[in-house]
Design a protein around this ligand. Structure first.
Ligand code: ADP
Ligand code: ZN
Ligand code: ZN
Length: 815
């Protein structure tokens, strides 16, 4: 009898590959272990074992595996079950899923680049390991086949694996920013003066230096009041003393200066804060959630902004970990802020692990291993969408916070999964409970709750009886007519800003990213510079004085004269965050302005730095894109201005209205989180738009009902399901013909439920022409049968010789 193994290889191949193994290997191997396998003429891949069996493949002769790479599985059965679900639901290969799921350090392949890690004690290296290590002293990097040549053998992966374990080499380590912790200066009284005597003597001595005396008195006052370390900046402010007076006291030895590192990632406290007592609304919600979990695994929590949802989650987490279960707390990437991380770390200390795409390979592997070992160090994982792939084996609870967020969906590359929906399946595999939370639930989740598929719990009041912000709509058409606009600012907005700043409060200005790219246009002939690779206008980046393409990264210097007519009368109109920032600086020259968008938040801590600055009140006015909407809690922000609401409302997408509502409510939620009621000003050309009315009255239900009517009428999700097919090719005629063929074939099966093919608004990206076909799937039509039919049609498509080079992308739930 012969033994075989089905192996998942991290490349987009439809079928799994079967390899031969020996009797002994078949006894040793388990699903989830890595094996090195040959592929094609000379390639070697790391594969994951899926199945061990005795059925020889019929279509080809099975090659033998090269090597077993693990002693025990690195992927468990529950994960493999999830991978199979993702592959079948999202119509992608197991190889696609594997590549997304495993940290790249686990996948060694011919293409992998190997570099020297650090200088280590060479005596721990075996001979073959040493040869590789030595070669890396002379060459900065090696590929796997280079190492094959050096060692003169094929199976080099075990050597590489050992070298990684000995930390001698690194594979494909990404470049990441080393974090320089922010140091804050603090002062305290020198211990010489801590006794009552010492102190009164000091105050006597200082009687001739009233300013210095005042500093010492103020220091006392602050420490007594706040009972925590006193910052130099606070002391200077409250005692109205300059930094140089404080310095004089330090030099004299009266005060002692010290620094505390505000560490953004590591947990440094040693004692856990106990969790907060819930108020009545939170208590009721918690009881209702637990009740709902008795007969439903999924529950939706609809709680207005600042209602204290997080504290409710915390209680549920506490219960789960007390039962020894693992907890996954999913958040959109950008909401994974220090604010939330440290809040949870204060409660749960070292049990909290964070999993984030901006983390280095090493940090991610560490979390992976801790989860795999079911270590208490990662009993609570706080992570972005890819954390659903971690090797949980004992999951009791999943929280999906901000469940309406679009960034839970991965658009490119495959697997094009939605982390919230996948988390529902993951919870099911573990028989765990899952709570979806939002102040503005997605229509699909709210619909599921209404259909009784999900449990449903509400919190309608903000914590501490804080009022919802007062929202005012400003008609900019009218303001323009009456000449009451300065640039993009209405007189009302300027008025409120002036007032807010005078009171010492902070301001957030929101500028929607989409469609607001600042475009350069010739005032004489109207021409605007285009990207040579894509079908879009280039956008103007003032800061770099560059024109850039947001789709392919093409860039050139800003033009001085029109490329079409030579005129020098060039208008860089538009309305990016940069422009708003410039205008604010002119309008409010005495205040500090900062900008938060993709450009200013690059790097691991880019985002954190701005948030810290806002928290520390080093910024008076923050101008930002969608990034500022996410779950942030700023005490001192009183005014939020939405610069222009129309552009997001008019975006060509069936969810534009739903999204606009969510965005505006979320941005508004940043205003007035303390006793003082917050104010929100929304500038618009169309103040009577239903969505704006619903935003200004915070009427989710009305928005829901109205939008759902549209979804019924126009057959959109969540009433119908949707699969989008995108075809790409550099030759327009070929992609055109291919899409017509595919559309026709699909129509034969699905009739009127096929839309297209059509060219998307941006029909050429990176020199590839795009065509889209949309398949609408009624609720009563079997999804799996539909997919089977699509796959069949796709296979005949691929058998047409002319079409073979056309790239096809399937996107299930493409919204
Ligand atoms: P949400 O996530 O619903 O927007 P948060 O959980 O961020 O609201 O809570 C808003 C603010 O209220 C936070 O600063 C939080 O610390 C505070 N808060 C919420 N619940 C409590 C509670 N039970 N006791 C004390 N403070 C609370
Ligand atoms: Zn011109
Ligand atoms: Zn481009």
């Amino acid at each position: 009898m012969f033994n075989f193994v089905d192996v998942i290889i991290p490349i987009p191949l439809k079928k799994l590959f079967t390899y031969g193994i020996t009797e002994a290997e078949s006894e040793f191997l388990k699903p989830g272990m890595r094996v090195a396998v040959p592929f094609g003429k000379s390639k070697i891949y790391t594969g994951i074992v899926l199945r061990i069996h005795t059925n020889a493949p019929t279509a080809y002769e099975a090659k033998d595996i090269h090597q077993i790479l693990d002693e025990t599985p690195i992927v468990n059965n529950k994960q493999l079950t999830l991978w199979q679900w993702i592959s079948s639901y999202y119509m992608c290969t197991m190889g696609d899923v594997m590549r997304a799921a495993l940290p790249s350090a686990f996948i060694l392949e011919s293409e992998t680049i190997i570099t020297k890690n650090k200088t280590i004690d060479e005596s721990i290296l075996k001979d073959d390991e040493f040869l590789v290590y030595e070669a890396l002293q002379h060459q900065s990097s090696l590929k796997i086949h280079d190492i094959s040549n050096i060692l003169d053998k094929k199976n080099v992966l075990p050597v590489i694996k050992r070298l990684i374990e000995k930390e001698a080499i690194t594979v494909e380590e990404e470049v990441y920013e080393k974090y320089k912790p922010k140091l804050v200066r603090y002062v305290k009284l020198h211990t010489n003066f801590s006794s009552e005597e010492g102190l009164s003597k000091l105050l006597d001595d200082l009687s001739k230096a009233p300013k210095q005396r005042k500093v010492v008195m103020t220091l006392f006052m602050i420490s007594a009041r706040d009972k925590k370390p006193v910052k130099v900046s606070d002391l200077s402010q409250e005692s109205a003393a300059s930094i140089s007076i404080i310095k004089a006291l330090i030099d004299k030895g009266v005060l002692e200066e010290y620094h505390i590192q505000i560490d953004r990632v590591q947990y440094s406290g040693d004692e856990n804060e106990s969790t907060k007592n819930l108020n009545e609304y939170q208590k009721t919600a918690l009881t209702e959630i637990k009740e709902s979990f008795k007969n439903k695994n999924i529950t939706l929590l609809h709680g207005v902004t600042s209602s204290g949802k997080t504290e409710v989650y915390v209680k549920l987490i506490e219960d789960a970990i007390n039962q020894g279960k693992q907890v996954l707390y999913l958040l959109p990437e950008i909401a994974l802020t220090t604010q939330l991380v440290s809040r949870l770390q204060n409660y749960f200390g070292e049990q909290v692990a964070v999993f984030h795409s901006k983390y280095s390979l090493h940090e991610r592997v560490e979390v992976w291993n801790n989860v795999l070992k079911n270590s208490t160090k990662a009993q609570i994982v706080l992570g972005a969408r890819s954390s659903i792939f971690l090797p949980f084996n004992n999951l009791g609870l999943i929280i999906v916070d901000e469940e309406h967020e679009q960034s839970f969906k991965q658009f490119d590359p495959a697997p094009r999964y939605h982390a919230r929906d996948t988390a529902v399946v993951l919870a099911n595999i573990h028989k765990a409970k899952i709570l979806l939370g939002s102040a503005t639930p997605s229509l699909e989740s709210y619909f599921n709750a209404k259909q009784n598929k999900y449990g449903f719990v509400e919190i309608t009041k903000r914590y501490n009886d804080i009022l919802m912000p007062d929202i005012e709509l400003i008609d900019i058409k009218d303001k323009l007519k009456k000449k009451r606009m300065k640039g993009h600012f209405s007189d009302r907005l300027i008025e409120e800003m002036t007032e807010t700043l005078k009171e010492g409060h902070q301001i957030i200005l929101f500028q929607n990213r989409r469609g607001f790219s600042p475009i350069v246009e010739c005032k004489t002939c109207g021409n605007s510079p285009q990207c040579p690779n894509c079908d879009v206008s280039l956008t103007f980046h003032q800061y770099r004085n560059q024109l850039r393409c947001h789709y392919c990264g093409y860039n050139s210097a800003m033009i001085q004269d029109c490329l079409a007519c030579g005129s020098q009368d060039i208008d860089s109109k538009g309305f990016g965050t940069e422009q708003i920032e410039e205008e604010v600086k002119v309008l409010f020259p005495d205040y500090k302005v900062a900008r938060m968008d993709l450009d200013t938040t690059r790097g691991k801590y880019g985002y954190e730095k701005i948030i810290t600055a806002l928290e520390q009140q080093e910024i008076d006015i923050l101008v930002g894109t969608q990034m500022i909407t996410k779950g942030l809690d700023f005490r001192n922000v009183k005014l939020v201005g939405i610069m222009n609401a129309d552009n997001m409302l008019n975006f060509p997408d069936f969810r534009a209205h739903e999204r606009s509502f969510q965005l505006m409510i979320q941005v508004s939620g940043r205003a007035g989180r303390t006793k003082e009621r917050g104010k929100v000003l929304i500038q618009t050309y169309n103040p009577y738009h239903n969505i704006l009315q619903q935003v200004s009255t915070n009427n989710y239900i009305e928005m829901y009902n109205e939008q759902m009517d549209d979804r019924y009428n126009f057959k959109y999700p969540p009433i119908y399901k949707q699969i989008k097919i995108t075809l790409k090719h550099k030759d327009y005629n070929r992609v055109d013909a291919a899409s017509i063929w595919l559309g026709k074939s699909l129509r034969q099966v699905f009739a009127e439920h096929i839309l297209g093919p059509e060219s998307p608004p941006i029909s050429r990206i990176r020199n590839q022409f795009h065509k889209n076909i949309l398949i609408k799937i009624p609720k009563n039509q079997s999804l799996s049968k539909t997919k089977e039919a699509i796959i069949k049609i796709n296979n005949s498509f691929l058998s047409v010789k002319d079409f073979r080079s056309v790239k096809i992308i399937l996107n299930v739930d493409n919204y």
